[in-house]
Design a binder for this molecule. Structure first.
Ligand code: ADP
Length: 319
């Protein structure tokens, strides 16, 4: 393989730049040319494709976001869009593609794979919801951003003896809520994967107050429902001063953590190794600190599961 392409797609995550850098430098190290495809599948269809050199990815390892930008592209879900994309790749002589993104982006890479075009998926999302890897690029950074926010909220919650409902990202996946809740010492964690009982939640808050707790923090993944509605219900039942903080897009930005930079560097380089070996249609990951790769179509047929033991532990530690 003499020429490969790289794109970032879907929701951005901290560490995507480190992954791009790894793809570019690893490829050039092996005398393979690299082309950056800007604005995800949108740029693939329109031909927004530029050659990247060693210096093109200088000074980005510590930056959040993605230098290749990202976009959502409905056209790529159609046969016409996918064929246009392949046509552009062929026009530029690009023989394989690295796609850095979440599950939607993987579906796009899977679609290209089914059409016989070699693609490698690199998991880049703060949601940590891609099967075939213990961690996705950006999760660790987002988690630390959430923890920083919880610590600050805890200070003011204690001063004013308040209950806080903190909404974190995660439409279908509760990893961020679960890890942040455990690391932040939250009273209750509400994840999309786990049922919850409002009466029990309220009883726990009252028990805590009775034994002298000065604050309570409830972490809600956005997919569970409105944090505002949950807070209203708590306040109506308990008459505790209850506030809501929706963290929103601050969770997506910021300089990637050391762990995310290392993960991105290892996964980006592994993706290039596979393409050089002539292996397409794979999704790379890290399991038990070992690089792995799986059939990308197969990966898409699985669903990421939350760690129930960790969820139970968080309940036990917050009695
Ligand atoms: P993420 O990758 O963060 O999950 P999205 O779900 O928005 O983000 O997906 C990113 C892009 O991947 C979409 O805008 C679309 O271009 C492409 N994509 C998503 N699903 C498919 C699909 N089933 N077939 C082809 N392309 C898809």
């Amino acid at each position: 393989m003499r020429k490969i392409g790289v794109l970032t797609s879907g929701g951005d995550s901290p560490g995507m730049n480190a992954a791009i850098r790894a793809v570019v430098r690893k490829a050039i190290f092996h005398n393979v040319e690299v082309y950056g495809i800007y604005y995800g599948y949108q740029g693939l269809i329109s031909g927004d494709i530029r050659k990247l050199e060693i210096g093109s990815v200088g000074d980005i390892i510590h930056r959040g976001g993605t230098m290749l930008h990202s976009a959502r592209c409905l056209d790529f879900k159609t046969e016409e869009g996918q064929l246009k994309g392949i046509e552009q790749l062929k026009k530029h002589g690009i023989e394989g593609l690295v796609v850095i993104g979440g599950d939607g982006s993987y579906r796009g890479a899977g679609a290209l794979t089914k059409r016989g075009y070699p693609c490698i998926g690199v998991p880049g999302t703060i949601d940590n919801d891609i099967p075939g890897t213990d961690f996705t690029i950006g999760f660790d950074t987002a988690l630390n951003t959430v923890i920083d926010a919880i610590d600050r909220i805890r200070d003011t919650a204690t001063s004013h003896e308040r209950t806080y409902v903190v909404e974190v990202m995660g439409r279908d996946a509760g990893d961020l809520a679960l890890w942040a809740g455990l690391a932040g010492g939250a009273e209750t964690i509400l994840c999309p994967e786990c049922d919850y009982n409002m009466e029990e939640l309220i009883a726990k808050l009252i028990r805590g107050k009775e034994r002298g707790k000065k604050h309570s923090i409830i972490i809600v993944a956005e997919g569970v429902g409105s944090a505002v509605d949950i807070a209203r219900e708590i306040e109506a039942e308990t008459h505790f001063d209850t506030r809501v903080t929706v963290l929103g897009h601050v969770q997506r930005g910021g300089s990637p953590s050391a762990n995310d930079r290392v993960l991105a560097s290892r996964l980006g380089a592994h993706a290039v190794e596979l393409l050089i070996e002539g292996k397409g249609g794979r999704a790379v990951g890290l399991e038990k600190n070992q690089l792995v790769d799986y059939d990308i179509i197969e990966v898409l047929s699985h669903k990421h599961a939350i760690d129930r033991k960790m969820y139970d532990l968080s309940s036990e530690l917050s009695i």
